[in-house]
Design a protein around this ligand. Structure first.
Ligand SMILES: Cc1cc2nc3c(=O)[nH]c(=O)nc-3n(C[C@H](O)[C@H](O)[C@H](O)COP(=O)(O)O)c2cc1C
Length: 204
C-alpha cells in the first residue's frame, strides 16, 4: 500500500515538508510506502469551468501544460492521499487549491473512496479555516477523511521551526497511524455500490 503526500509549499524543505516527512516516517514504520510530491513552486492554473474534462470523460484537464494531469494519473498507483499546505491568509495556498480543484474535477475516479487527510501548517492563525477548505472537495468524492488526536495542524514560521512543535509532530504521527489503520481495514473490501447520482440545483 502506498500514500501520496502532496507538499503545497514553495519551500521544498520548509515546515510543510517537515510535517509530511513525519507522516512518511511513521507510515514506513507501519509498513506503508509513501512519496512526497513538491508542487509549491510549479505554475498551476485555476479551473476555467470549460467542462472539457466532463465532455470528453477522459480524466484529463484541458490544460496539459502543468502537473495536474500527470499527478492525477499517478494517483492510480496510490491508495491514500495527504495534502499539506502552508496557511496563507487563513487559507491553503493558491497553488494547492488550484491543483486539487482541477485534479478532482477532471479525474475524480482516481481519488474516489481513497482515504485522505489535509494538513495545514502556519505561524499562528487561520489553520482550522485552511483545513476546512482543504477537506471540502474530498467530501464530494466519498474520500474518508483521516483525523488525528488533534486537528491536522503544525505550527512554525521560519524553515525548520515546525520540528520544534512537539505536539504538532505527534499529531502527524498519529495521523499516519490512523491512515495506515484505515488502509489496512479497508484493503480488499468491495466499495459500496452507490445509487446513480441525483443532482439538483433548485431551479428545475
Ligand atoms: C503570503 C503568506 C501568507 C501567510 N499567511 C499566514 C496566515 O494567515 N496565518 C499564519 O499563521 N501564517 C501565515 N503565513 C506564514 C506561513 O504559514 C508559515 O511561515 C509556514 O510555516 C510556512 O510553511 P512552509 O515553510 O512549508 O512554506 C503566511 C506566509 C505567507 C508567505
Amino acid at each position: 500500500m502506498k500514500v501520496l503526500l502532496i507538499n503545497g509549499s514553495p519551500h521544498e524543505r520548509g515546515n510543510t515538508y517537515l510535517a509530511l516527512q513525519e507522516i512518511a516516517a511513521e507510515l514506513t514504520k507501519c509498513g506503508i510506502e509513501s512519496e512526497i510530491a513538491d508542487v509549491g513552486k510549479k505554475p498551476v492554473r485555476g479551473c476555467i469551468a470549460c467542462g472539457t474534462c466532463k465532455a470528453k470523460g477522459n480524466g484529463c484537464c484541458v490544460f496539459d501544460d502543468d502537473l495536474t494531469n500527470s499527478l492525477s494519473a499517478k494517483m492510480a498507483e496510490f491508495d491514500g492521499l495527504v495534502v499539506g499546505s502552508p496557511v496563507y491568509y487563513g487559507q491553503p495556498n493558491g497553488t494547492v487549491l488550484s491543483l486539487v480543484q482541477r485534479m478532482l474535477y477532471s479525474n475524480g475516479a482516481a481519488f474516489n473512496g481513497k482515504p485522505v487527510a489535509g494538513v495545514a501548517v502556519c505561524r499562528r492563525g487561520g489553520a482550522t479555516a485552511a483545513l476546512q477548505t482543504l477537506n471540502m472537495p474530498f467530501q464530494l468524492l466519498n474520500m474518508p477523511i483521516v483525523t488525528s488526536q488533534y486537528w491536522n495542524i503544525v505550527y512554525g514560521q521560519l524553515e525548520g521551526e515546525a520540528a520544534l512543535d512537539a505536539e504538532g509532530m505527534q499529531t502527524m504521527r498519529s495521523l499516519a497511524q490512523n491512515m495506515a489503520y484505515m488502509l489496512r481495514a479497508t484493503a480488499g473490501q468491495p466499495k459500496p455500490e452507490y445509487e446513480p447520482r441525483q443532482a439538483m440545483h433548485f431551479i428545475r
